[in-house]
Design a protein around this ligand. Structure first.
Ligand SMILES: *[C@@H]1O[C@H](CO)[C@@H](O)[C@H](O)[C@H]1NC(C)=O
Ligand SMILES: *[C@@H]1O[C@H](CO)[C@@H](O)[C@H](O)[C@H]1NC(C)=O
Ligand SMILES: *[C@@H]1O[C@H](CO)[C@@H](O)[C@H](O)[C@H]1NC(C)=O
Length: 404
């Protein structure tokens, strides 16, 4: 009978809630993409985001990083939804760390790469910014959690005016502590109901929820049917200061009561996680940091090697050009010297040949009666001169072809 009633209740009770798959995900991730990398089903990744088996690392604990996860599909035609984000912000810094994580519910199909935690400040929709860096310039206007609602026309800024939000004890963990564990998580929850939005936080992941901000009159600020084509996005950023910004899950339900039940269940599952689960998560967390550090060091070494190579190349070319021009100058000098010497020798030879010819001429004139000498002798003299010139030319050619 009881069973029958239970069976009946399945049909009689209205289906009040469901997990909205289009905009939800949770670790462990098992599906891989074409390149064999873990992926988050139904979500796009961009920037430095990296999907591990047990978490998504939006940014490593390193300066100037930005990673995003954006739902490919839309929320759908609901009037009430709740979204629970489970994340871990942790790092090596004990006092200096930043910048944080932002949860977006916007009409933007993708992150727009702006200055506001990875988005354009003129976004259309809702943003909850978790800002771990306490900017001293913002003074008392700083909020650990800030709620922003924008119709796409205003330039949203944080820390410049009294905004909706709250400060939270916890929400950021120092990895240098001996009691640091990968189960040091935090949670953020949005309860959205047509005209009203409540933001709650569970800073230490202990299921102690604190109401952080409440806002009404949403219908006036957001377009009609906003949720029908709104998407969820998560962005993590680091600047001068850094942290690991890890996301464990985003679960969007179509009713608040169901979300609260799910939150309790989620917390119980953290508490009762078996040793193997804890070990896998822990190991992956540690390995990811080690690999990231190694890659960074290798990258630096590679850079240095490239720079060294460039410098050697520059040096080589400077030396080579120097040597080349010096050689050229010396060869030109040598050529000139040789030229002069050869010219002198040839001149001497020419002169002595001429003298010889003159002597001969004199001799021939003296013996004019025996005129038969003269013609053949002149012929011979010209021949000697031509041969001398040719030899000289050949000599020049040899010098050139051997020295240059
Ligand atoms: C999921 O997203 C797609 C694409 O935006 C949309 O067509 C579809 O209706 C969504 N599914 C649900 C259940 O709302
Ligand atoms: C979270 O933990 C920190 C450190 O143990 C503690 O100071 C803080 O009060 C806790 N926050 C809440 C909301 O319990
Ligand atoms: C982190 O988790 C460990 C183990 O669960 C716990 O002992 C410790 O108090 C947590 N740290 C903070 C700051 O909540």
């Amino acid at each position: 009978m009881l069973r029958f009633l239970a069976f009946l209740s399945l049909f009689l009770l209205p289906v009040t809630s469901e997990l909205l798959d289009n905009v939800s995900f949770s670790s462990p991730f098992t599906e891989t993409d074409r390149n064999g990398q873990y992926m988050v089903p139904n979500f796009m990744m961009a920037g430095d985001a990296d999907v591990k088996k047990t978490f998504v690392r939006l940014t490593p604990d390193r300066q100037s990083k930005r990673g995003t996860l954006w739902s490919k599909g839309v929320v759908g035609p609901y009037s009430e939804i709740s979204a629970t984000l489970t994340f871990r912000i942790s790092g090596q810094g004990s006092k200096l760390f930043g910048d944080g994580i932002a949860l977006w519910l916007t009409k933007s199909p993708r992150p727009t790469n702006g200055k506001l935690h990875g988005m354009d400040s003129k976004f259309e929709g809702i943003a909850v910014v978790i800002d771990t860096f306490k900017n001293v310039e913002h003074g008392s206007l700083h909020r650990d959690v800030t709620l922003l609602i924008n119709d796409g026309t205003k330039d949203a800024e944080i820390g410049v005016e009294d905004v909706l939000g709250c400060n939270v004890d916890g929400m950021r963990y120092h990895e240098g502590r001996d009691d640091f564990s990968t189960f040091n998580l935090s949670r953020l929850r949005l309860l959205y109901n047509e005209d009203r939005l409540v933001v709650e936080v569970d800073g230490n992941g202990t299921n102690d929820w604190q109401t952080c901000a409440t806002v009404g009159g949403l219908k006036k600020q957001l377009p009609k049917g906003f949720l029908s084509d709104a998407r969820f996005g998560i962005s993590g950023t680091t600047g001068q200061l850094a942290d690991n910004h890890d996301i464990i899950s985003l679960q969007v339900h179509s009713s608040h009561s169901e979300a609260k039940v799910a939150s309790v269940e989620q917390h119980e599952s953290f508490e009762s996680a078996d040793d193997l689960q804890v070990l896998v998560h822990d190991l992956e967390h540690q390995l990811t940091s080690i690999v990231e550090k190694l890659e960074n060091t290798i990258g630096k070494l590679q850079n240095q090697e490239d720079m060294l190579e460039d410098r050697v190349k520059l040096l080589e070319s400077t030396v080579l050009t120097g040597v080349e021009s010096k050689m050229e100058r010396r060869i030109t000098n040598l050529e000139k010297q040789l030229d002069r010497k050869v010219q002198r020798t040839v001149n001497k030879a020419q002169k002595s040949t001429q003298d010889e010819i003159d002597n001969m001429k004199e001799f021939a004139e003296k013996n004019a009666d025996s005129g038969g000498w003269r013609l053949p002798f002149m012929f011979l003299a010209v021949l000697v001169f031509v041969a001398g010139t040719a030899a000289y030319r050949h000599y020049r050619y040899l010098i050139k072809s051997h020295l240059l």
